[in-house]
Design a binder for this molecule. Structure first.
Ligand SMILES: Nc1ncnc2c1ncn2[C@@H]1O[C@H](COP(=O)(O)OP(=O)(O)OP(=O)(O)O)[C@@H](O)[C@H]1O
Ligand SMILES: [Mg+2]
Length: 364
């Protein structure tokens, strides 16, 4: 074992956020003949140049001092909160060679993508939040999404729907259960939306507005597609897999962490749209993802993997919702696609090893 890969992630008082995935990573590393350990910003000993690295032992985690990693996979999910302040100097500094480059927030990504004519067919209209933009967008679209720039898991997303002469609001506040409300005037809606943004924003976070898509492929549900694209051990982009996520009843989001469940993409889409259109949809999803990663690499440098959230509306049209640079891959486990899940875990390690072989660090 002469190569060491460090996995940088968040660890709080309740341990690691995704222990199952991290366990798998270490295990897959062993199978590849590499030392893989997990660490958090608080585990770095700068003076003695060593890392308190963790690995799973039976049901528990053990840690010991380790040598500096040759390369680090950054899986730290950062939100603008005080408790993450130790992360920023690490990511911004030159302590490590990282396998994955940094990325921008969701709104900034939309702004960048909007400049690309090749992508315009797939992008829902997305603008910064203001009273003026809200009223203007709600006049043009029957559904609007209000989203935080750094949100995840469907947190703090508010959906506003114009239905007859009423407005329906659905949202999941960060500290409470899902909420619904029906209001009768634009003034009342505006007041609520402003309150929402004020209450839900974390740190200096901003909110943005997005044209709402009709994703009710099943009655009363929000259904969308998750695509995982990853670089393989030869540095080539591959589509590792795709699955559908079905949100709970009366939810405006489909996220698995908020009660959604997974369905296989091929079967589900064929049943809804017929085999031929389903094939075309899947092909388009893949084309969208591949075109987008190429464009974004020109802006941000080499990237490692992305989880794409794609909308497929009730007419079969494909839409880009967002892309996650540190994606979950649980969907494949939930679909019972264990080999694919294993591949999804292993590929970043293989790519990190590929980078080491090239001696072409992405970022120092
Ligand atoms: N414009 C939209 N129209 C319809 N549904 C949307 C729209 N934007 C988001 N949604 C629904 O809400 C879900 C969550 O939105 P989004 O993916 O933007 O944020 P997030 O899931 O909180 O972030 P992350 O994926 O990083 O955890 C989407 O997967 C989709 O089901
Ligand atoms: Mg998402």
């Amino acid at each position: 074992m002469d190569r060491r890969i460090g996995i940088l992630t968040y660890r709080g008082s309740r341990g690691f956020a995704e222990p199952e995935f991290l366990r798998r990573l270490v295990k897959e590393g062993k199978a590849l003949g590499v030392e893989v350990y997990v660490f958090s910003p608080q585990d770095i000993d700068l003076v003695l140049q060593r890392i308190n690295g963790f690995e799973p032992l039976a049901e528990r985690w053990t840690c010991k001092w380790r040598e500096w990693p040759d390369i680090v996979i950054d899986h730290y999910r950062y939100y603008p909160l005080k408790k993450h302040k130790h992360y920023l100097p690490i990511r911004g500094g030159n302590l490590f060679t990282f396998a994955n480059n940094r990325f921008a927030n969701k709104f900034r990504i939309h702004q960048l993508l909007q400049q690309e004519p090749a992508l315009s067919q797939w992008l829902p209209e997305t603008v910064g939040f203001s009273q003026k933009s809200f009223e203007e967008m709600l006049n043009r679209y029957p559904i609007l999404y209000v989203k935080p720039t750094n949100g995840s898991g469907g947190r703090s997303i508010l959906r506003v729907e114009r239905k007859g002469d009423r407005f329906l609001l659905y949202g999941r506040p960060k500290k409470m259960a899902r909420r619904q409300e029906s209001l009768s005037s634009m003034g009342a809606v505006m007041k609520r939306v402003r309150q929402w943004v004020e209450r839900e924003k974390q740190g200096g976070e901003q909110f943005f507005l997005q044209q709402g898509l009709d994703l009710s492929l099943l009655p009363g549900r929000t259904v969308d597609a998750r695509l995982l694209v990853q670089k393989d051990g030869g540095g080539t982009w591959r589509m590792t897999g795709m699955g559908m996520r079905v949100g709970p009843v009366h939810s405006s989001t489909s996220n698995l962490h908020s009660g959604g469940h997974a369905l296989p993409a091929g079967g589900f889409l064929a049943e809804r749209f017929g085999t031929k259109l389903a094939e075309m949809i899947i092909h388009q999803c893949k084309e969208l993802a591949m075109t987008t990663v190429e464009i974004l690499e020109k802006q941000f440098g080499p990237m490692m993997e992305f989880g794409f959230d794609l909308g497929i509306d009730t007419t079969g049209r494909v839409w880009f919702i967002e892309m996650n640079p540190k994606p979950g891959r649980d969907i494949f486990r939930k679909l019972g696609q264990f080999e694919r899940y294993q591949m999804a875990v292993r590929r970043p390690l293989e790519y990190a090893l590929y980078l080491l072989k090239q001696d072409l660090p992405v970022e120092k």
